[in-house]
Design a protein around this ligand. Structure first.
Ligand code: SF4
Length: 338
């Protein structure tokens, strides 16, 4: 593989061998002035991961310096995550690294994607516009996907192999990457090394605490969450507990939050708590509901919510409204009037 590819997929075995051969010691990685940019990028990687997405640079084969920064920043970011040793951070970091690779893999050549799969001991056969993998690999990697199309009974099987598209293979590899990174963290980093990293760690700690408070306390920014109707509060607590919402409730909650002014990014962050979170798909769905397709959707009325079993915990104010948005508006109005 080319050096620039190792920098974009730094978790593969060839990339770690390449980094080892560069011969930098742990102390140099932490304190050498020549590696300042590596450490800055390492911190940036973790901060971007906390916000949901790691942005990969455009790399040319001749960009030796940028390639080395990208390659070495990966072990440095893993050291930082390991020193902090927090499950929330480990999950978010692993997921973000994996998602950023999914975005790249979809546009790689068929042979390249097969080579990445082989790094995970996943055998891939290439056909015209499609691939197959053994059903045992498929079941392992697709087990956390909830959509019906991922169920094995809905797939075309031939002699123990499952046919998949390139996009689906990239999505399954995202799972494999996340498993590998998450399973390898935290690293056993000596205490004195963590001590040397403390200025970087405190930056990450601050952002991480803010995020935990935001998503743990019900602070929805400009939106007043204590004014939400019971059905929406119930759905939000389910999302936070990692329960997958029914499609109709997911739509109701998303359209409700968009209509009261919550941003697409904040809604993505709200949904970004489950291990099978699919950033690309969630963004697409939320943007679609927000009107990117030309139609701006309103949440369903209370009677439709009841029909789908999504009306939950109705209170006194509910008996006076016919729409969850009216509930929010009335309650907000009463609050500011008094
Ligand atoms: S009555 Fe309407 S606003 Fe109240 S919980 Fe049911 S669906 Fe939500």
């Amino acid at each position: 593989m080319e050096k620039k590819d190792l920098a974009l997929y730094p978790f593969i075995k060839e990339a770690s061998a390449y980094v080892s051969n560069l011969g930098f010691s742990l102390e140099q990685l932490i304190s050498s002035r020549a590696l300042d940019s590596v450490r800055s990028r390492g911190v940036e990687r973790v901060l971007q991961a906390l916000k949901g997405e790691i942005y990969k640079p455009q790399l040319l084969s001749s960009d030796d310096s940028k390639i080395h920064i990208e390659l070495l920043s990966y072990p440095f970011s893993r050291i930082l995550v390991s020193c902090i040793d927090d499950n929330f951070l480990i999950r978010r970091y692993s997921l973000a690294e994996a998602v950023s690779c999914y975005d790249l893999l979809r546009f790689e050549s068929d042979e390249f994607i097969r080579d990445i799969a082989s790094d995970f001991d996943i055998g891939v056969h290439i056909y015209n516009n499609s691939f197959d993998i053994h059903f045992t690999d498929y079941i392992r990697l697709a087990s956390s996907m909830k959509a019906l199309e991922w169920k094995l009974v809905n797939r075309k099987l031939h002699k123990g192999h499952v046919y998949i598209s390139k996009e689906e293979l990239a999505r399954l590899l995202q799972e494999a990457i996340k498993e590998r990174i998450q399973g390898s963290l935290p690293l056993d980093v000596p205490q004195d090394i963590c001590q040397m990293c403390s200025p970087y760690i405190s930056q990450i700690h601050t952002v991480m605490q803010q995020m935990k408070e935001t998503f743990g306390s019900g602070d929805f920014g400009a939106v007043e969450s204590d004014m939400f109707p019971p059905c929406m509060m119930h759905a939000i607590s389910n999302v936070r507990a990692g329960v997958n919402l029914a499609h109709s409730m997911r739509f109701a909650l998303t359209s409700f939050l968009l209509n009261i002014g919550m941003s697409v990014d904040d809604i993505i962050s709200l949904f970004n708590v489950s291990p099978d979170f699919d950033l690309e798909k969630t963004r697409y769905q939320i943007e679609h509901i927000s009107g990117s397709s030309g139609t701006e959707y309103k949440p369903p009325s209370c009677s439709t919510m009841r029909t789908y079993g999504n009306c939950y915990g109705a209170d006194e104010l509910c008996s006076k409204v016919k729409h969850p948005l009216t509930y929010y508006k009335r309650k907000t109005w009463f609050k500011h009037k008094n």
